[in-house]
Design a protein around this ligand. Structure first.
Ligand code: COA
Length: 521
């Protein structure tokens, strides 16, 4: 706290100011990249889309959500740096928006990106959105405008367990759980894509724009010789008056979105977990001041207490076991009035800090307090002394506690995420409800230099530079987000607001008491 107080004064320390200036460059670069991935497809495709009288996918979302609410977009960087960057945001926009006062999961195809077709990352993003909706009981709204599978990629998207078929499997399961499934057909729904509206509880279709068919006109002609227009085959009139595949006919995009808002307004409101909520209180420090505590040099440990005090209500952090296992900071606070238990790395994990973390997670589960993991971790401490003391056993305790924890948990990678530290601090494999990265964060099994050292010692590759370069490239937040290893990259200054909404939706979950396996003592 002392450190922070010093930095709030007129005279901020020189290292604070240097970090702030350096981090501003990271943020400028981040914003530049966000603008690139959020700009839809090529200009020609955007023009054609508009000429048809259609709104762009992001404009549709803007009209759908309640005014003055924040749409929390997920994984905007999906497919970034892959496929010659021909699939910005993987051609699909997903995120949580408030519609008629209810938090909903919105999934919108971007038809200006290769006809809204699905590559591997498009499917991962769609399926991940449904997973989040399933866990936190969020009604799903699909703004459909898609040519189905991107055919050249069919081997990567069609047959496997979490491929295209999973989208419809999830719709059936979500509907069975009583989680509303609503489609707004605003363009093409071809082949497999036809099942998105067909599997929904209620479907709206836009006249002379939306089409639903298992085989489009060219396929029908090739198969049967029948010549038919898209509208005659599966347009709005056909499906609302003849086939009954859709339920509501809209005149245009605006009308369709207005109908959708009405349908959502009629849904029952979710029951929130009975939890001791308080009025939100702003932190004592400005969000942008966080930049002054971050360094792009991940070898320098992050002052995690300072980070916490910039994120939580009133900067009020009730530390737990402050004097023990000091490389892991644990304690209670509130974010936007919601009580949370926070675990943040101050350095590598030791046996003491692992035991402290396991104890704290049990405590939060016993009290039904959601967890926030702030990862900035190089891994567990190594060496003969520590192995003899049984560091693996104590690390396993923490991993056991994280894996069996049942309260909602959110992870933010605020620095490095390396080795088993990633697991113990609720990495992707530990099913956090959300996992976000900060733009300078890195994630890999280990650093490039360490990997080179390991390989050299076991007589492996001697091409140090290429391995270091490979690790460097593959560990960035952008590389991670492109492959959906996380739910998106956040500006540290926006993190508090997004965590507030994310924790709020997790309160829709009904939490069972945690049961742990055997803790090796
Ligand atoms: N697989 C691969 N590429 C596809 C595609 C698909 N299923 N559907 C569209 N594309 C590509 C087009 O080749 C074009 O690429 P380009 O920009 O590099 O030239 C781009 O997406 C846009 O398609 P286009 O036909 O120009 O746009 P449109 O808005 O007029 O029509 C569709 C969009 C989706 C209605 C139309 O492309 C279509 O009917 N596609 C085939 C749908 C299909 O049969 N899918 C079955 C797969 S499950």
């Amino acid at each position: 706290m002392e450190n922070i107080k010093q930095n709030q004064g007129v005279e901020k320390s020189s290292s604070f100011l240097m970090n702030q200036a350096d981090y501003q460059l990271v943020i400028d670069d981040f914003r530049h990249r966000v603008a690139a991935v959020c700009s839809h497809g090529p200009a020609k495709a955007v023009e054609k889309h508009r000429e048809r009288g259609k709104l762009l996918a992001r404009e549709r979302i803007d009209l759908l959500v309640d005014s003055k609410t924040t749409f929390v977009e997920l994984s905007s960087f999906a497919a970034y740096g892959q496929y010659d960057d021909a699939f910005p945001s993987a051609g699909i926009i997903t995120g949580i928006g408030v519609v008629a006062g209810r938090e909903c999961m919105i999934v919108a195809n971007d038809a200006t990106v290769k006809g809204g077709t699905y590559i591997r990352e498009t499917i991962k993003k769609h399926v991940r959105a449904q997973e989040i909706a399933f866990k936190s009981k969020l009604p799903c709204i699909y703004l459909v405008d898609s040519g189905g599978i991107f055919l050249p990629e069919q081997a990567n998207v069609f047959p496997d367990r979490f491929d295209f078929g999973r989208v419809f499997f999830n719709q059936a399961r979500l509907s069975a759980e009583g989680i509303a499934q609503i489609a707004v057909v605003m363009g093409s729904c071809t082949a497999g894509g036809a099942y998105v509206p067909a599997m929904c509880d209620e479907t709206i279709i836009v006249r002379n724009q939306g089409t639903i068919f298992i085989g489009g006109p060219p396929l029908v002609k090739a198969a049967t010789g029948e010549e038919v227009t898209a509208e005659e085959l599966g347009g709005g009139n056909v499906h609302t008056q003849i086939s009954g595949v859709a339920d509501h006919l809209a005149d245009d995009d605006e009308h369709a979105l207005a109908i959708c808002r009405k349908l959502v307004a009629g849904l029952p409101k979710p029951m929130k977990q009975a939890i001791d909520l308080k009025d939100p209180v702003d932190p004592l420090y400005s969000a942008e001041d966080l930049y002054g505590y971050l360094s792009t040099d991940l070898k320098k440990p992050v002052n995690v207490k300072a980070v916490i005090e910039h994120l939580v209500d009133g900067s009020d952090f009730q530390e737990f076991k402050a004097g023990y296992g000091k490389t892991l900071i644990t304690g209670f606070a509130r974010i936007k009035g919601i009580p949370v238990g926070i675990l943040g790395n101050q350095s590598f994990l030791t046996a003491e800090s692992a035991r402290k973390g396991a104890h704290f997670i049990q405590l939060c589960n016993q009290r039904q307090v959601p967890l926030l993991f702030l990862q900035s971790i190089t891994g567990f401490i190594v060496g003969k002394k520590y192995e003899h003391e049984g560091i693996a056993r104590d690390g396993a305790k923490l991993i056991n506690a994280v894996a069996n924890s049942t309260v909602p948990k959110i992870t933010v990678v605020i620095g490095g995420s390396f080795g088993a530290g990633n697991y113990a601090m609720s990495g992707r494999a530990y099913d956090p409800d959300f996992l976000f990265m900060w733009p300078h964060a890195r994630i890999a099994v280990m650093g490039g230099e360490q990997a080179t050292g390991v390989l050299q010692n076991i007589g492996g590759s001697s091409e140090n530079n290429s391995l270091i370069e490979q690790f460097e490239r593959e560990s960035t937040a952008y590389f991670s987000s492109s492959r959906l290893w996380d739910d998106g990259i956040l500006d540290p200054a926006d993190t508090r607001d997004i965590l507030g909404l994310a924790f709020w939706v997790t309160l829709n979950q009904s939490v069972n008491q945690a049961r742990y396996g055997i803790f090796r003592m």
